[in-house]
Design a protein around this ligand. Structure first.
Ligand code: BJW
Length: 232
């Protein structure tokens, strides 16, 4: 394998599937159980805040019952042992990368364990229900919403992500369907920068053909194997 110095990794719901967290678009996944326009748009929240707060309370509570898997742990090992630069970007709102040992995780779609106050706009660490309208710890207004990125909203830290993509020599996409932008476009950004591109997914994603290499199977197996190859 040629010398690799800068790696950008993008993870999606598939990396947490073997931990027992539902993906979005699989059969029986979250978008079959709930209408996306009801629970993952600002308009849905404005229409029925109780429905949305309850949906995210349920998912936050479920986090306590799951554990990181071998794929999360392998990426933590990569962070600890890789001598080059690594940026781990996740679309996931769970905390399994952190609990698997990763210290630097960019949550581009926000986090279940964070609250955003609509009154003072401050983001605070949060591990309790929101349906009962608790006060914001900063301004006391009962105006908290889940600190997650819904359709039509701007994902977090896009400048940092695009800068890393323009400077990477390998982009790896793990467990994501490639159905949601801007994340689905990262592979083309990396290619334009001359980087190698690798997909690790259970099955070919929507953008599989954009990747120079694709390996298909469970993340819990593919990710530790790939990390072993990189670390030699
Ligand atoms: C396994 C596995 C195992 C299973 N091992 N693999 C038309 C064209 C282009 C764009 C748009 C358009 N119309 C509208 C847009 C924009 C829109 C968009 O993309 N819409 C699409 C529907 C087309 N995007 C937005 O609105 C975004 N904002 C935006 O664009 O702002 C403007 C902007 C412009 C320019 C630059 C920057 C910004 C915001 C998107 C927000 C997405 N939010 C959600 C909810 C977050 C909170 C929550 O969790 O509830 O994010 S939606 C949902 O989808 C969630 C996920 O992060 C995201 C991606 O899903 P993911 O992770 O890929 O999951 P799945 O289920 O789809 O796939 C899982 C994969 O794993 C599958 O392939 C399985 O096979 C695999 N798998 N088990 C390995 N064991």
């Amino acid at each position: 394998m040629a010398e690799i110095e800068h790696i950008v990794i993008l993870t999606g719901a598939g990396i947490s599937a073997e931990s027992g967290i539902d993906t979005f678009r699989s059969a029986g996944g979250l978008w079959e159980q709930h209408k996306v326009e009801d629970v993952a748009t600002p308009e849905g929240f404005a229409r029925d805040p109780d429905l949305v707060l309850g949906f995210y309370d349920m998912r936050r509570e479920a986090l306590a019952k799951v554990e990181p898997n071998d794929a999360h742990r392998a990426l933590a090992r990569l962070e600890a042992e890789f001598s080059g630069e690594l940026l781990l970007v996740t679309q996931n709102v769970d905390d399994l990368h952190e609990r698997g040992g990763s210290n630097d995780v960019l949550h581009m779609h926000g986090e279940l364990k964070s609250a955003l106050c609509l009154a003072c706009e401050v983001r605070t660490s949060w591990d309790a229900p929101m349906l009962n309208r608790p006060p914001c710890p900063v301004c006391q207004s009962p105006s908290l919403r889940p600190d997650v990125v819904w359709f039509g909203e701007m994902p977090y830290q896009m400048e940092r992500i695009y800068a890393a993509l323009s400077d990477c020599d390998l982009f790896v996409s793990i467990g994501t369907s490639g159905a949601v932008y801007p994340a689905a476009g990262f592979v083309q950004e990396a290619r334009a920068a001359g980087a190698g591109t690798l997909e690790l997914n259970l099955e070919p994603s929507e953008g599989s053909h954009f990747f120079a290499e694709a390996r298909h199977g469970p993340a819990g197996q593919l990710v530790p194997e790939w990390v072993g190859e990189v670390l030699g």
